[in-house]
Design a binder for this molecule. Structure first.
Ligand SMILES: [Fe+2]
Length: 288
């Protein structure tokens, strides 16, 4: 995909060895020119993760910002949805009554890509930090484009014909999702098929589309054969030196390419410290 020049006054600085870039010079709380929004969308795909520091968006503005890229997905769990904006959700360890939700600390700490257990996985994830613990509450990201590129010819040949069977929390790392679906959400209880090597919907680049939280098995393989392969591929994809570890500060806003990355929460903070973030998932980029 051709790289567009950054808008005037905007700088882009890599933050990880393989994935991630910090963007300075854009206030996301205001009206964005159409060209700026389109540049952000393309930069998310190019860098995998974009980091914006020092932003200040309340729920209506965050909703305007995220919704400006395309329709927003409603969170799979109703309890986390924002009451005024169902396209937004809370990522927090604080319950409505102010008590600490212990599951909020360990939630989503296994490597995963959001929504791969649906037929039409989303395009972009966005988080905006309002309150952050002092340490241990980071988010880790890896590029699955880079993971595919790093495979040997033999490994590529081996996985080229494979089709992953995805189910909500059904993979070897999916225990954190036990009993977490609302009862009427049948979509999470049947397998959805995605090729192990999936072309990026926008750029066409090959992506290793395997994650240990939702990939239950490969089609035609026994789980006892496919689970070790899933874990082997994930091990290679998540070597420490290729991970971007984001340490959150209040005001941070991150956007990531759901089609080419995996992420997980660090999940190592003191639950007595509050972690409050607003989250949006752009289903499809139709407006930028
Ligand atoms: Fe996630």
């Amino acid at each position: 995909m051709p790289k567009a020049a950054a808008p005037a006054g905007v700088t882009v600085t890599p933050v990880g060895a393989v994935i991630g870039a910090e963007v300075q010079g854009i206030d996301l709380s205001g009206d964005l020119e159409r060209g700026v929004r389109a540049w952000i969308r393309d930069a998310v795909i190019e860098h995998g993760v974009l980091v914006f520091r020092g932003q200040d968006l309340d729920a209506p503005r965050f909703h305007d910002f995220a919704g400006g890229f395309g329709p927003l997905q409603h969170h799979v769990l109703r309890k986390y949805r924002h009451k005024d904006f169902p396209g937004l959700s809370w990522l927090t360890n604080v319950e409505a009554d102010g008590s600490v939700d212990r599951f909020g600390v360990t939630r989503a700490t296994s490597w995963h890509t959001d929504g791969t257990y649906t037929d039409d996985p989303p395009a972009i994830g966005i988080l905006h930090a309002l309150e952050t613990p002092s340490k241990g509450a980071g988010t880790l990201f890896v590029s699955m484009k880079a993971a595919y590129a790093a495979l040997t010819d033999g490994e590529r040949t081996r996985i080229a014909p494979l089709v992953g069977l995805h189910r909500h929390g059904g993979g070897p790392g999916g225990g954190m999702y036990d009993n977490s679906l609302d009862e009427d959400q049948a979509e999470g209880h049947s397998d959805v098929r995605h090729p192990a090597v999936r072309p990026h919907p926008a750029s066409g680049e090959p992506v290793l589309y395997v994650n240990p939280t939702h990939v239950r098995s490969f089609e035609g393989m026994k789980p006892e054969d496919s689970v070790p392969l899933v874990l082997e591929l994930v091990d290679k994809a998540t070597r420490r030196d290729v991970v971007y570890h984001h340490n959150w500060r209040p005001g941070d806003l991150l956007m990531w390419d759901e089609h080419s990355t995996m992420h997980r929460g660090e999940g190592a903070y003191d639950p007595a410290e509050r972690r409050v973030m607003l989250r949006a998932i752009v289903q499809r980029c139709t407006r930028a």
